[in-house]
Design a protein around this ligand. Structure first.
Ligand SMILES: [Zn+2]
Length: 300
């Protein structure tokens, strides 16, 4: 993967709430020193599509950060050496894709959603969250939340290395935003209430669809551009796609259970097995068409 160093990083699409230093990245704040259980729990709920059991609408999410230092940093010549600037550019690419694809393929206008960079803990429209929950989308305030140190957890604890894991994670979360815009998420929650026995199975379908949407973005990412029309990616290789697929496999529910030496129980899956996650990301990537991401098979 090669980013275009001439592409302009649009920091208005993120909300930097990491504090005045804008630093972060000092390690993974797992309470009590962490350990494999804490980290497994962190990753279990990683990439969750909102609804992570926190109280909705408790007044959080309204605050916003100060992007001044991020904006300065990301307009410098070597901006793309910086993790936060690169991630901002990934967000720019993902949203540029949906700005075109949503009207084209679903007949709906795309509404942008910012990504909140936070460190350790954050107030959201879905309640207070800490880094342990991993990146997530909150449907109550329409924002994506990520502590960028999560990528280190992915690499260290799950062996999911490679830069392309990062845009995959973000594209998955924006997939949840698209589900929110299309009403899929709300329909799925209603269906869960009507049929609690199938709540986990429905959650899996929502997650797999977000993986498939991420695949559709990956296929079209080299066509995305900044506001001046500069291409964001110079190239995305088969190796990058393989890294995304590898990440999808490593965060499958069965893979996580095995790593934690817990029994693999498909009925408890909430995000899908490794095989399913790989399969749906690949489907989105192969077709390049989010319309083919019909994980619900007309069951909503
Ligand atoms: Zn998810």
């Amino acid at each position: 993967m090669e980013l275009n160093e001439n592409a302009q990083v649009d920091t208005s699409q993120v909300d930097d709430r990491r504090g005045s230093g804008g630093g972060g990245g000092l390690g993974i704040p797992i309470p009590g020193g962490g350990g494999i259980v804490g980290i497994v729990i962190a990753v279990l709920v990683a990439l969750v599509g909102g609804g992570f059991g926190l109280n909705a609408m408790n007044g959080g999410g309204a605050e916003s950060g100060d992007n001044t230092s991020l904006t300065q940093k990301c307009s410098a010549d070597d901006a793309l050496k910086q993790l936060d600037c690169r991630n901002t550019l990934y967000v720019n690419s993902i949203q540029a894709y949906w700005r075109t694809a949503l009207p084209e393929r679903f007949g709906e206008q795309y509404q942008p959603s910012r990504t909140v960079f936070f460190s350790q803990g954050v107030n959201t429209g879905c309640g207070q969250a800490d880094s342990g929950v991993g990146p997530f989308y909150c449907p109550a305030d329409d924002l994506v939340y990520i502590d960028l140190t999560f990528y280190q957890t992915l690499a260290d604890q799950l062996g999911a290395e490679g830069e392309f894991a990062q845009p995959y994670v973000l594209a998955h979360e924006y997939g949840h935003h698209v589900q929110d815009l299309l009403g899929t998420e709300a329909q799925m929650r209603r269906q869960q209430q009507r049929d609690p026995d199938s709540a986990n199975a429905l959650s899996v379908k929502l997650e797999l669809q977000a993986d498939c949407y991420a695949g559709a973005w990956a296929k079209n990412a080299t066509g995305t551009a900044d506001e001046q029309g500069q291409k964001i990616f110079k190239s995305i290789t088969e190796q990058d796609i393989a890294q995304a697929i590898d990440t999808a496999e490593k965060i499958g529910d069965d893979a996580i259970s095995k790593r934690a030496n817990r029994p693999v129980n498909p009925e408890e899956f909430t995000h899908g097995s490794s095989e399913q996650r790989k399969q749906w990301f690949t489907k989105g990537y192969t077709t390049g068409d989010p319309k083919t991401c019909d994980t619900f098979g007309g069951s909503l």
